[in-house]
Ligand binder design. Sequence first.
Ligand code: NAP
Length: 528
Amino acid sequence: MIRLTSYLAGRWFAGSGRFVSLVDPSTEEVLAEASSEGADFGAALQHAREVGAPALRALSFADRAALLKDLAKILHGHREELLDLAQKNGGNTRGDAKFDVDGAIGTLSAYASFGESLAKRVGDRRFLTDGDMFPLTRSPRFVGQHVWVPRTGVAVHINAFNFPAWGTFEKAAVALLAGIPIISKPATATALLTWRMTQVLVESGRLPEGSFQLVVGSTGDLLSRLGPQDHLAFTGSNATGAQLRATPGFASKSVRVTVEADSLNAAVAGPDVEPGSDLWNTFVRNIVTDMTQKTGQKCTAIRRVFVPEAHADALQEALAEALSGIVIGNPLTDGVTMGPVSTASQLRDALAGIRALSEHATVVCGGADRLDGKGAPAGKGYYVAPTVLRAADAAKAGPVHDLEVFGPVVTILPYDGTADSAAALVALGQGSLVASAVSDDRAWVERFALGAAPFLGRLMLLSSKVADQATAPGLVLPSMIHGGPGRAGGGEELGGERGLLFYMQRTALQGDSAVIGKAFAAKDPAAS
Ligand code: NAP
């Protein structure tokens, strides 16, 4: 039995007291146990602030980019072992495991490239400029210039169970490039992979001392110790996000918080998309991918599908047919194409969620019973069937717009085909991470996009011309922002350089152009 340790203040710490078990969700075999009880979070914060922060701030953007590139290479050197762990502790198929592990490595590499571009623009400077210098009065000598400087505190990262690799390192890549030390806490149930990745990086000796610490288990009094220069970036459920925002001292000290939470993501078909057309097939394929990839446990997965009434039967048939080919079971068994959900509580919640939705929509395939999986012992493992429901009245489908069932579950919601109705229905999700729409009708797309965008962090608009080149809507790209308004948490992560701003302070400098112009004005990219 592996006993997971935390990496705090430069050493591995073994907790005591009550241990939480980590299991293989395919078989329920216990793999490891974890506890952080007894950890000294005051010392961890001091180590980050006094050792990690100055070390990172001393590095130029070019140095930080080189660091990220090396971290990506080091993890890549252990890729096979990491994929195995993702499969074991997450119930991932090989493809799901790659999505997580390669996503982590790819995001570190992408931020290394963003850092290289930044370094070309700003040279050895450790800050960024916002706009140009401009006169503030009639005197051309008295000027203003906005700058972004790295804050001096710590980034606490708390992540959800579904992406122990990508979730940890998409956040870490941004904070490290901004020059901020990290204390990272993965969800305990699937922390085996994050723990091993941290071990690999610590053993490599490439992490600057104090720049990355790991908590496996509870955060104890860590959050209540955060101060005015510190940050919390949280990914998880809306309920936990709300609870953490209310941490005593956060409001009075203005601890910076960003939250990525639940989301009732949508896919919409425009009225011009005929069943059987290439665009229609892309629409169906994206829904099936989002239902089955990671067993539907993706924060960006499509949950609500809006289709014109005339095409609802065709969609129901297409989904039922595509899903009938899915083989559910232990991903280590040949032929299995979808694994279990990751934990016993996810199984309970997903089945209860299907039951709740079925009070307002008809189950057309799948259902709310636990299954036995191929290659798994009878009665063991957290298996759920891919489940499609269909509501009669899209606007009155109650919990379909409100309850995120975090598993392989979607609801078909027929609508009248107008762009305004589609946008209003998307908005019933109260703020989502992403939506996608398929249509070749430009006027429809423009009207829908402007109506729906205020309720979305990201919107994918697919026409026949781009459908076969586009990434899947559920895939988060490091160059595009990730987050969403309202119940999706109101946060923003990634988005290339935009992500760095969460960890920086924008300061308005006012003064003598001879001083500000030389030291702080925006550099002409052509001159650097
Ligand atoms: P969760 O139960 O809210 O837990 C998320 C994280 O918060 C875990 O690391 C958990 O640690 C920690 N946590 C819980 N209570 C805490 C407390 N009082 N103090 C400090 N940390 C605490 O969510 P989950 O079940 O892991 O993930 C599923 C949810 O995440 C879904 O709703 C999904 O939509 C959302 N999600 C969103 C995104 C996004 O980018 N928007 C991405 C992935 C998932 P323990 O594991 O130790 O309890």
